[in-house]
Ligand binder design. Sequence first.
Ligand code: G6P
Length: 358
Amino acid sequence: EATGKSGYDHYMLKEINEQPDALRQCLSGRLDELEGTIEIEELSDLPAPGSVHLVACGTSYHAAMYAATLLREAGVPAAAHLASEYATAPAPLAEDTLVVGISQSGETADTLTALREARARGARTLAVTNQVSSTAARECDDVVYIRAGPEIGVAATKTFSSQLVASLLLVEDLVDVVDDLDPLIEALRDLPGAVQEVLDTTDAREVAAEISGSDAFFFIGRGGQFPVALEGALKCKEISYEHAEGFAAGELKHGPLALVTSETPVFAIVTGDGERARKTISNIKEVEARDAPVVVVTDGRSEAARYADLVLEIPDTHPLTAPVLANVQLQLVSYHLANDLGRPIDKPRNLAKSVTVE
Ligand code: G6P
């Protein structure tokens, strides 16, 4: 087993460290820098959808939320649905609605049921998956492989990063998300290196040591960083067994703020220097006023770090790729927190890698 872990203490840490390679695989042959195009070959005859429903569970649902945000930014009506809910309370379909199932394993029962339900109602379906020839891949009309390689740790890490990037490629291939594609292509080309830089320079271990005495953690973000806040919290609860919740930064004041005290560290993801950053900084100030320790994950483009007790830096990148980098920092914090607490990181209690029952 030690060989399988390539010298790492856990598969999870190995897989976190495999992310630069996994992303290279995901991007391979899909960026054309000379032509300035992004193309997923296997989708060549898929028409641009009029609207998109994304169905998924767990970590994959957070990737679905990110994809839905991208689609809406491109002007396409889109929503992420929890597959277990969609299966019994499906959203209305139009003739040109595409239903996308995101599933690492391609075998999650809830996601398969949601996709079958959509197909039975006449929708075209597409699977975004890591597993070649999985049930989702076989049953859907189209498939996009994320090519992350095998993931053994129950908590999804590299497959989430690859789902984000594959979703970005997919959406850009189907509809135009950005007016100027060149900076995005450049950012995607540089993304594996930027992830490597986070892995090489991270202070996540020190941050985890500082906060490990707490037993509740909150994560906030906006836009593309909202699903990363949810994922940060999910990873934290899955492997550390500590209470963790993620919120859209703007929702904090509508309830969760009642839980914020000097004992509850708040992770705030602030990238870019636009309106979202400005508003999230206001939320950080609200949290600070309650004496909560604030950990800011930032690219340094705003003044967010000034209001932080602890800072996790990420390289400056395109706004659409920044969620991938912020998430790597949060993966590492959860890993070190769980490790400091002596948890069985690769096999958390009560959880399975792939859940094949509804
Ligand atoms: C299980 C795993 C999660 C995963 C979810 C969806 O609950 O423990 O880590 O995110 O299933 O899995 P999928 O294979 O559909 O992405």
